[in-house]
Design a protein around this ligand. Structure first.
Ligand SMILES: Cc1cc2nc3c(=O)[nH]c(=O)nc-3n(C[C@H](O)[C@H](O)[C@H](O)COP(=O)(O)OP(=O)(O)OC[C@H]3O[C@@H](n4cnc5c(N)ncnc54)[C@H](O)[C@@H]3O)c2cc1C
Length: 679
């Protein structure tokens, strides 16, 4: 399945009017027939017109700074920051999707067949599948967030959306010597709070993991989870729109989740792939089971719009009378009969009122890797000593939350380019012309997944893995953390502005290329626990980042790979210079030395937000297992966990596609249990 160039993208090479020969002209060339002349930009005139039409008074109303650099971004920022809190009427509701109860229902029922807590990435799939069969099962979804809006639809605005009330703003507990460049030296761990969950705020990267990842999970005693068994669920939900690969046997064509390449690319991703080939990494479909290498980003988008799990799986089924969705409703506890140990109801709060809904068959927690374990513990399922210390009666003693893996990353290997117009800098992306192009055609620079264009997998020489399983993922950016000059992108990781400015300030507005390094199989292990027995408190989250020496060794090795790529002949036309930022904590180290990089990593380590294993799946013999391989919580009847928290160990995948796969498989497991049961 080797990738060779086809006409799927508009490439720099075939564009006669690209700027400086390095960046794609923002209009895709072959996907519409507007006949626009490439040497003129009609939309720029509109932008000028709109700018002129906004009076000083209107600017003040929109809170636009008179020195505002970018009106589109400023306006969007104002929109999102004006969201009212405390359930007040939201003036922007007209931009949101809506999910009223079906006609004839003025309030939810007292009892359902299934109650799903969390209408997130996995929860959306699960709800769709459980309501599709005849006889109809009645399903209630309780979701704390609101439906998504037009803003979350725009891929390029993802860091802005991550600053909105679409997010649970969790923060890791302080770990001495780690996250030194983060505010309060605490890494930020946002999760999506919306119908569609984290798929509404994520980077849309679609990755499935290597076959060995899933085969090893199965070999640990998780029957039904080997690669062949999970592959059929990946295929089931996918609607691949990637011309080159969509007809291959491991890709899905009939599912609801559209996966496509980004509609444009810069020369930098071509250089990344070419540099990969130069260094022995072929250009491949990185989701192919039999290939390891580099490839163009595959994104959950539909014609350039975000394809969230809610949009894929819930939106088309709004009219199902057996699917009831409550948004802005927060579950606080699962109610379990202390004698029979059967889960039979969920307590939740909506509009400031505590309510209870009963459940006939099963309650399913799909609240994600932080809230699902939190809800279990609040309900009396968790480490006995911990629950007792908080005055929570213990129903089942399980090691909930005691294992937490995360995919940490380092975004600091940056090359400064001796060019202009090669990177995707914010002033170029966030323009009215691009906005109109996106609205009209779903194309152009606003479809960028945060500037990410390529992904590469490789195995470093320090890997202890006996098989050819990558220990590193590289994420090639058409720029670096500097793309918005310390704006929303920095803020989305809560990096300290003064520290960020001092490290990267000299790069603002400049062309760069970088590859973010992600550890695919970190050895360091964190955990989480309740802060107190208040369901509205955030749990205490401990990352324990880089506590295993192997993780730092892998990072250091990976840095050498990225430097080698940047210095390959493929990048030569950009005249790249390795940028050695001045990290305040690293002044005593020789720039470029291992000690310098180690210190830089400790300063600027970020999470790619793939916390897993907090409700770990495992056989009975696994002392840390919380659910069995059929996702049933040990020791309780009628309760499962179906979300990314069950993934027992790190894989070569970002966690959205696996969460959807888990939703698919979870639905089948539940249906198998209740097959032929009539409500
Ligand atoms: C910023 C960011 C970028 C990411 N980028 C990518 C990417 O590009 N590719 C990728 O594969 N992965 C990415 N991820 C990770 C991936 O999106 C998530 O791991 C995955 O979506 C999690 O799915 P889930 O179903 O487990 O949980 P979620 O999708 O988080 O769903 C949990 C749902 O439960 C709801 N909920 C929580 N508590 C309660 C409660 N008490 N009552 C009611 N509802 C509740 C939440 O509001 C949420 O809707 C990213 C994550 C983040 C945060």
């Amino acid at each position: 399945y080797n990738y060779d160039e086809d006409d799927e993208f508009a490439t720099v090479e075939d564009d006669t009017d690209y700027r400086g020969g390095r960046i794609l002209w923002p209009y895709p060339l072959k996907q519409n027939n507007t006949g626009r002349a490439r040497d003129s930009d009609p939309y720029r005139d509109i932008e000028e017109m709109v700018r002129g039409a906004v009076s000083e008074r209107q600017r003040r109303f929109l809170h636009l700074s008179p020195r505002s650099k970018n009106m589109v971004v400023d306006t969007m920022m104002q929109f999102v920051s004006q969201h009212p809190q405390n359930n007040a009427k939201d003036p922007l509701d007209f931009l949101r999707d809506t999910y009223p109860l079906p006609k004839g229902y003025s309030s939810p029922l007292d009892e359902y067949d299934y109650v799903i807590v969390g209408g997130g990435t996995a929860g959306s799939v699960l709800a769709a599948r459980l309501t599709e069969d005849k006889p109809k099962a009645m399903v209630l979804v309780i979701e704390a967030g609101r439906p998504e809006s037009l803003l979350s639809d725009v891929p390029a605005l993802l860091s802005v959306v991550q600053l909105d009330d679409f997010v649970w703003p969790y923060t890791m507990e302080h770990q001495p010597g780690i996250c030194l460049a983060s505010k309060d030296q605490r890494c930020f761990w946002p999760r999506g709070k919306a119908l569609g969950g984290t798929s509404v705020i994520n980077y849309m990267l679609y990755t499935r993991g290597r076959p060995q990842d899933w085969d090893r999970i199965a070999a640990d005693g998780n029957y039904g989870w080997n690669y062949d068994e999970v592959l059929k669920y990946y295929i089931k939900s996918e609607k691949s729109e990637i011309k080159k690969y969509k007809n291959l046997p491991y890709r899905g064509r009939d599912g609801e989740l559209t996966v496509e390449n980004i509609s444009f690319k810069t020369g930098l991703v071509e250089a990344f792939l070419a540099a990969g080939r130069e260094n022995g990494h072929p250009t491949v479909d990185y989701n192919a089971p039999d290939q390891v290498g580099f490839g163009y980003v595959q994104a959950t988008q539909i014609k350039g719009h975000r394809m969230s799990a809610a949009k894929a799986f819930l939106h088309p089924h709004k009219r199902r009378r057996n699917l009831h969705i409550l948004t802005d409703a927060r579950a606080t506890k699962v109610i379990i009969d202390p004698q029979s140990k059967r889960a039979y109801a969920v307590e939740y709060v909506k509009d400031g009122v505590k309510r209870i809904v009963r459940c006939r068959r099963e309650i399913i927690l799909s609240a994600g890797p932080i809230a699902s374990p939190q809800l279990l513990m609040l309900s009396g399922i968790g480490p006995a000593e911990h629950l007792k210390s908080l005055g929570i009666p213990v129903l089942v003693n399980l090691q909930v939350g005691r294992v937490l893996y995360d995919h940490i990353a380092f975004p600091g290997v940056i090359f400064k380019l001796n060019t202009t117009n090669a990177s995707l800098l914010e002033p170029k992306v966030a323009t009215f012309s691009n906005l109109i192009q996106w609205l009209q055609f779903g194309e152009g620079l606003l479809t960028t997944a945060g500037g990410i264009e390529g992904i590469g997998y490789l195995k470093t020489s320090v890997s202890q893995d006996p098989e050819n399983v990558p220990d590193i993922e590289l994420i090639s950016m058409a720029g670096s953390l500097n793309i918005d000059s310390g704006g929303a992108l920095r803020e989305s990781w809560r990096l300290s502005k003064p520290i960020f400015d001092s490290i990267y300030g000299s790069l603002y507005g400049k062309d760069t290329w970088s590859a973010v390094i992600m550890l695919t199989h970190p050895k360091s292990k964190g955990y989480l626990e309740l802060r107190d027995s208040n369901p509205f408190s955030h749990p205490k989250l401990y990352g324990n980042y880089l506590t295993e020496p192997q993780d730092m060794a892998t990072m250091l090795e990976a840095i050498k790979h990225v430097i080698r790529l940047g210095q390959s002949s493929a990048f030569a036309k950009y005249d790249p210079k390795l940028f050695l930022g001045e990290y305040p904590a690293c002044k005593n180290f020789v720039p470029g030395s291992d000690l310098y990089w180690e210190c830089a990593i400790r300063s600027m380590v970020i999470t790619l937000h793939h916390q897993i294993a907090t409700c770990r799946m495992g056989p009975l013999s696994d002392p840390y297992a919380v659910v069995d391989p059929e996702l049933r919580v040990y020791g309780v009847d009628g309760l499962r966990v179906v979300d990314s928290s069950v993934i027992p160990r790190p894989t070569n995948a970002h966690t959205a596609a696996p969460a959807i796969m888990i939703g698919e498989k979870g639905a089948d497991l539940i249906k198998k249990t209740w097959f032929n049961v009539v409500s």
